[in-house]
Design a protein around this ligand. Sequence first.
Ligand SMILES: [Zn+2]
Length: 362
Amino acid sequence: MAEPSLIVGVSLKAVSLIRRYWKEAVVVLFIISMIPVFILVGAINILFPQIEKEDFTTYKELSKETQVSWQAHLAYDVVRLENYLKENNPKESIFDFLVIDFIEYEIIEKEKEVIKTVDGKEVTETIIEKEYVIVRELKANGYFEIQELLKSLDYDITEDNMSVQKVTLFLEELGKKEEYDIQVTTLTTEEISDHFEDSKKEWFFALIEILPIIDPTSEFDPDKFIIPDLSSNPSVPSIWPTQGRVTSEFGEIRQTHIHKGIDIANTEGTPIYSTADGQVIAVGSSGNFGKRIMIYHGTDKEGRTYVTIYAHLSQFKVGVGDKVSQGDLIGLMGNTGYSTGPHLHYEVMINGVSVNPRYFLP
Ligand SMILES: [Zn+2]
């Protein structure tokens, strides 16, 4: 048993340590608790504006060829390429999820004499014995390794033939032959993330969670769009996001792009309001947008997902995950990002397609 005086001494020491450092401990605990939030914010900030409808569609099609979900597939490319998605060829990266266990044998046939007893007599009989000698044994994973393997098997590796479906079929047929032992397996989501460092692993799984929310693949044609009844639907962005003078309209042709929102100018610090009920999905800096907020307003009965963007802000008044009501203060007007004076760039997206916000404005 320990000496009572020792225990008292130790606990007194612990108490004095806690007294001295409790503020620091609170700060450390707070920072640790914020890590997932930072990851989520970072993920959405980097992710959403850069991914286009076509990307979602491509990944969805490709996921049909493997057991890997489209979210995992897309998240994998985003994390692996640090979001340089445009440089990527998804049709190649899908091979990163395939593992081919490959064994090739040389079959050596040997004649062998065996002595049998037939009806009490000894008879010498010649039989053929097969010996399987391993010529090659390898595990191929990833586009280039698999391409090399296929090339050695005289498979036509032109781009058209390098689809998971065709490759798998070819290997399956080949595996039926005696001299091959071939197994094609698909990595699980856990295995895909295995070689990521921890922070990227968290990012990867956060993306898998977020992607379905911002998936803009459902069809939307702005020309055939009938504006819903705004008066009774606070989930549709139907009020002005701020006060001021409209300095640029939707659809204006600029040097490098077509203007996808409307600009409303006023003094720095003018309040900015959410134009519909919803949930904040992104708060942070994003390239030309500067400080910007994105709010998700849900999906209506017709399958239209509404998202609004508020850019060039000077201050944020909400955080990621916050639920907001139509008219709630979310930030202040500013001049951040690519901007020549304090103004709000306001954008309304339906299923990832920017539409004229004036459709909905009173
Ligand atoms: Zn603008």
